[in-house]
Design a protein around this ligand. Structure first.
Ligand SMILES: C[S@@+](CC[C@H](N)C(=O)[O-])C[C@H]1O[C@@H](n2cnc3c(N)ncnc32)[C@H](O)[C@@H]1O
Length: 339
């Protein structure tokens, strides 16, 4: 009897038609389906009326979402699953859909030109048609900006909590988060370590949204905003510098420049924490990190994701005397460099 597993086309078809799943789900987010259901279960007729759906495919759409595990159906009533309810109801602070709304609006279409990007090495977003690209398109629109920053807090929440827990904060007093967005990481670190004070060094438009979030968490006396542009200014000094989802946006020379600025901003013994979906050193396991790097091709002129080993080497070249890589949660890891 053969011990070989049967070869089937299942994986091949799932990979090739994965966009069916993504688009069905993204349309549900776009339509506000999960927000409607957050107030209680509804029938197909009621959902059709509220979301203005044509009768032809409404039932298939809703039942596909049941089969995909984001809705439940009982006695013809549809309700959110617990994770959909927590993360996809626009009225909850935990809403992650801002990211997905933007993915639906922008990235879904841009990824259609991936092959062109692979052939030319050029971004496939607004830049291609003379627009400003990722940050300009988001930061020119106050609603998008708020959704993006809130979305970053949600996306980075697991990693932020893990950094608050795993890093030896007792040995340090101050922290500057470079490109700290709404303040997700700083808030988690300060809530867990009452002796820490810190600042977010970010573009000026981010300031009011950061300050509002910090105030909501009762931390305005310990966390401040330092407005600035890391291409034009030095990074403000602190015992610990953090950079989450920053380096992958930029090309190698820009990455090295940011690491050198972080090195200059630290005292001897100070620590730099770089975190994002670091690719595994063998470059064969962290599919999310590898696909994120392709997303950087779509979105930026020179950005790319990298392994913990790559980052450790750049840190050593910048002068850091010691580096270590630690897994945080899911696809996210951090590289810690000690000056
Ligand atoms: C992808 S977000 C990362 C947010 C957060 N660190 C996290 O991991 O969730 C990138 C951040 O970098 C900031 N940023 C982009 N260009 C910048 C610049 N030139 N100077 C300072 N901050 C910048 C953005 O405003 C944004 O907050």
């Amino acid at each position: 009897m053969s011990t070989k597993m049967a070869v089937t086309p299942d994986k091949i078809m799932q990979l090739g038609l994965g966009f069916w799943t993504a688009k069905t789900f993204l349309s549900a987010v776009e339509l506000g389906l999960f927000t409607e259901l957050a107030n209680g279960p509804l029938t197909e007729d009621e959902l059709r009326r509220r979301l203005q759906l044509h009768p032809r495919s409404a039932r298939d759409f809703l039942d596909a979402l049941v089969a995909l595990g984001v809705l439940e159906r009982e006695n013809d009533l549809y309700r959110n699953t617990p994770d959909a309810d927590l993360f996809l109801d626009r009225n909850k602070l935990s809403y992650l859909g801002g990211m997905l709304e933007m993915a639906n609006e922008r990235l879904y279409g841009f990824w259609g030109s991936l092959t062109e990007g692979l052939r030319t090495g050029l971004p496939q977003n607004e830049i291609k048609t003379g627009g400003g690209g990722l940050f300009e398109s988001i930061y020119g629109d106050p609603d998008r900006l708020r959704l993006f920053l809130r979305g970053m807090t949600g996306l980075s929440m697991g990693a932020s909590k893990a950094i608050a827990e795993k890093f030896p904060w007792a040995d340090y007093k101050t922290v500057v988060d470079v490109g700290g967005a709404q303040g997700g990481l700083l808030v988690q670190v300060c809530l867990a370590h009452p002796h820490i004070t810190g600042a977010n060094f970010d573009l000026s438009v981010v300031g009011p949204i950061f300050e509002e979030y910090v105030a909501q968490n009762g931390l305005s006396d310990r966390l401040k905003f330092i407005e600035g542009n890391f291409f034009e200014q030095s990074i403000p000094g602190a015992d610990v510098i953090t950079m989450g989802h920053i380096l992958h946006d930029w090309n190698l020379a820009e990455k090295q420049m940011l690491l050198a600025k972080a090195y200059d901003a630290l005292p001897d013994g100070g620590a730099l924490i770089v975190f994002e979906a670091l690719i595994d050193d063998e470059r064969r396991q962290n599919a999310f990190g590898l696909l994120m790097s392709l997303n950087m091709l779509i979105e930026t002129p020179g950005g790319f994701d990298y392994t913990g080993k790559d980052c450790s080497q750049w840190m050593r070249e910048a002068g850091f005397r010691e580096t270590r890589v630690e897994h945080l949660i899911g696809p996210d890891s951090m590289v810690v460099g000690i000056k």
